[in-house]
Design a protein around this ligand. Structure first.
Ligand code: RIB
Ligand code: CA
Length: 324
């Protein structure tokens, strides 16, 4: 391949905003993303209440940024509660501080001035058409609020990639709902109905990308502080899911989604019609994924349901090796 062809073959980095509720797997996702500057130009990290309260998710995002050596990336704090429903948290899974297995402390650098919702409105509103990808690792409250206040910002969005939802797998917070959507179903409906190009990585796929002793040893063998932290975090984080589901390992939900941005060829799915159930009752927060097109409704989401699990851990190990 000639140099010119090789150069032209290089793809411009994804212009990326990461919205997150760190969160054990959020921290792993942020480290993976920060270790991949050739593919991901992280414009900002925006935080939301979810796994734990906003003060802790915001502190944890700043800590992850410090651990990733990327204090060039601004962190903006967003919504402290869902659009309508009473807040729910997952401290039973992620620990009271939101990051299990490692020491948590005040980061060197704090939050950027201004709130996440206004940042999203300003950045997406002034962006070139279809130029920015938004990765949603927690409840979708921030983006929903921005779209409600300024619907025209949808024009600046290239695509929204969501870790959330579930269909074939069943729920992880109720029998039928996944946590991120359950924590703010109305926000998920606002984003879904905005018409933005939408991809979901639900439990259907994240529960196929599981840790194992060998995979944790693979990560530990990277031999730096970042990989050691990830192993300690995952060791503490996956035990609850392994016990609950009787699995041989635990899912790394949010990092799986970042891997999708980095190497989509590791994943596969189908364009389908999906609805979010926001009616009170046992199906509140359920994502109804019409995988077999029973309703004959227009497809509105790319629903990812399979992945190369070892390929994910090979990618994660390699990229963590780039960090300190
Ligand atoms: O259901 C898993 C998702 O909920 C992950 O994003 C995890 O961090 C929690 O936010
Ligand atoms: Ca999360």
């Amino acid at each position: 391949m000639s140099l010119l062809t090789a150069k032209s073959a290089q793809v411009a980095p994804i212009q990326l905003i990461i919205d997150t509720d760190p969160g054990a797997d959020d921290v792993v996702a942020l480290l993976l993303a920060m270790a991949s500057p050739d593919e991901l130009n992280i414009l900002a990290i925006t935080t939301v209440a979810g796994n734990v309260r906003l003060g802790k998710t915001s502190r944890n995002a700043c800590l992850a940024r410090e651990w990733g050596g990327r204090e060039d990336i601004p962190v903006y704090a967003g919504a402290s509660r869902p659009l309508l429903r009473a807040p729910v948290y997952a401290a039973d899974i992620h620990g009271e501080e939101g990051v299990p297995g490692v020491a948590v402390y005040e980061p060197r650098l704090g939050l950027a001035a201004g709130g996440a919702v206004q940042y999203l409105i300003d950045m997406l509103g002034n962006a070139e058409s279809r130029s920015i990808t938004v990765a949603m690792l927690g409840p979708q409250t921030n983006l929903a609020l921005a779209l409600i206040q300024a619907p025209e910002i949808a024009r600046g969005i290239k695509d929204v990639v969501v870790m959330g939802g579930t269909h074939f797998n069943g729920g992880n917070i109720t029998p039928v709902a996944e946590f991120n959507v359950f924590a703010d179903p109305e926000a998920a409906e606002v984003v879904l109905s905005s018409g933005v190009k939408l991809t979901y990585l639900p439990l259907d796929v994240t529960h196929k990308v599981l840790t194992s002793e060998a995979r944790l040893q693979q990560l530990a063998a990277v031999g730096n502080a970042a990989s050691a932290r990830v192993v300690d975090i995952l060791d503490a984080y996956v035990t609850a899911d392994m016990a609950r589901y009787g699995l041989p390992g635990g899912p790394v939900h949010d990092a799986s989604m970042i891997a999708y941005l980095l190497k989509p060829e590791l994943f596969s799915g189908r364009q389908i019609h999906m609805q979010v159930d926001s009616r009170e009752g046992p199906t509140y927060g359920q994502t109804i994924a019409d995988w077999h097109d029973a309703l004959g409704q227009p497809a509105n989401v790319m629903w990812i349901n399979s992945a190369d699990a070892q390929g994910f851990f090979d990618l994660l190990s390699t990229r963590l090796g780039r960090l300190a």
